[in-house]
Write a protein that binds this ligand. Structure first.
Ligand code: MG
Length: 363
């Protein structure tokens, strides 16, 4: 199976309601989709949502680097040599992680098609069903409590609460949600870099004293502030997860060597795809650190790729793959089956995706 071409498309999907974090507000997902064409007629699908506030990528930069550099690296290559192709992709450019991720998952899709097996089975095959949390956007405590209750009624037993905008109000938000949904439902927080190290310690300790029972807190401080992250980890009992601080396997190694976090969040759009996400998970596992698999605001295509990785690996014990549930439409034919928090892996070869609707051809 030889790669003959890489085609680029735009995909636009409206959201059910605006997605709000400490970093941004988004009203619709505007993304790049790629099709990697082969001489056997098989197509590999890849998706890259541009998240400039986190990865620095835009649709223009994603498409530009694929057209100018990455296309030439993969065309003519034999999919059976996946190790060689992925090494060449990762050697060809630095940064541009979302573009590399789109190409990486499309190559893995083809690899599964070549050997006629679902990707999660080729990667480890640990489970065929996973459970995701649901994200509650930052709003007033009342609105967030209402959203949280609706999520619990829809069957979610784990909620990810976005905080990090105003520390006093953040505690009010979490208190109000905990009072509304009661105990027994897991609450994890994501501050998206919104706190200073000392105010993070202060607020997390306060929430501990109030008995709000927080499972973990994700990325309390700025991405580059590894020392600040360690300060928070060292000074609270609640587990601390690194998200925006970890892009590369090297970031993971450094943070874990410093003992700067208790948990890590892997995302394909940060790692540059499955190949390097596997390295990150292995580093974490070797240090006894559990991983969550998360996503940006993505459609079901790249979330299906993430789900294959998550289902394959024992060390990935937490899932934040709710992005398709936040979208008003699902243009992806095949892929994962989502029923509230339950995600079932598809049994078709590769990613198990057969088509994508509403693609705008930009070749
Ligand atoms: Mg996060």
């Amino acid at each position: 199976m030889k790669i003959t071409d890489v085609k680029l498309y735009h995909l636009s999907i409206p959201l059910k309601k605006p997605f709000k974090t400490a970093l941004r507000t988004v009203n619709s997902a505007e993304e790049t989709v790629i099709k990697v064409m082969t001489d056997t007629g098989e197509v590999g699908y890849g998706e890259a949502p541009p998240t400039s506030v986190i990865t620095g990528d835009t649709n223009e930069s994603i498409r530009g680097i694929i057209e100018e550099k990455l296309k030439a690296v993969v065309i003519g290559e034999d999919v059976a040599n996946i190790e060689g192709i992925l090494n060449n992709i990762n050697k060809a450019v630095v940064g541009n992680n979302s573009a590399r991720a789109a190409l990486d998952m499309a190559i893995y899709d083809l690899y599964g098609k070549l050997y006629q097996a679902p990707l999660y089975k080729l990667l480890g095959g640990y489970r065929d069903e996973i459970r995701s949390d649901l994200t509650i956007s930052i709003n007033s405590p009342e609105e967030m409590s209402g959203d949280a209750l609706a999520a619990v009624n829809a069957g979610y037993n784990t909620l990810k609460i976005k905080v990090g905008k105003d520390i006093k109000l953040d505690i009010e938000r979490v208190k109000s949600i905990r009072e509304t949904i009661g105990s027994g439902i897991r609450i994890r927080l994501d501050a998206n870099q919104g706190w200073q190290a000392k105010e993070a310690v202060h607020s997390i300790r306060k929430m501990e004293d109030m008995g709000l029972d927080i499972e973990f807190v994700e990325q309390p401080v700025k991405a580059h502030d590894f020392d600040g992250l360690k300060f928070v980890t060292d000074n609270v009992m609640t587990p601390i997860m690194a998200d925006e601080s970890i892009f590369s396997p090297r970031d993971c190694f450094t943070l874990l060597q410093m003992r700067a976090c208790d948990l890590i969040n892997i995302k394909l759009m940060k790692s540059g795809g499955i190949y390097r996400a596997l390295m990150i998970n292995s580093i974490a596992e070797s240090m006894g650190i559990k991983a969550m698999l998360g996503s940006m605001l993505e459609a079901k295509l790249s979330v299906t790729a993430a789900a294959h990785l998550a289902a394959a690996k024992k060390n990935i014990t937490m899932l934040d793959l709710d992005a398709p549930s936040l979208l008003a439409e699902d243009p992806v034919i095949g892929g994962i089956k989502i029923d509230g928090p339950c995600i079932k892996l598809p049994q078709g070869p590769g990613l198990g995706i057969t088509d994508i609707k509403n693609l705008i051809d930009i070749n």
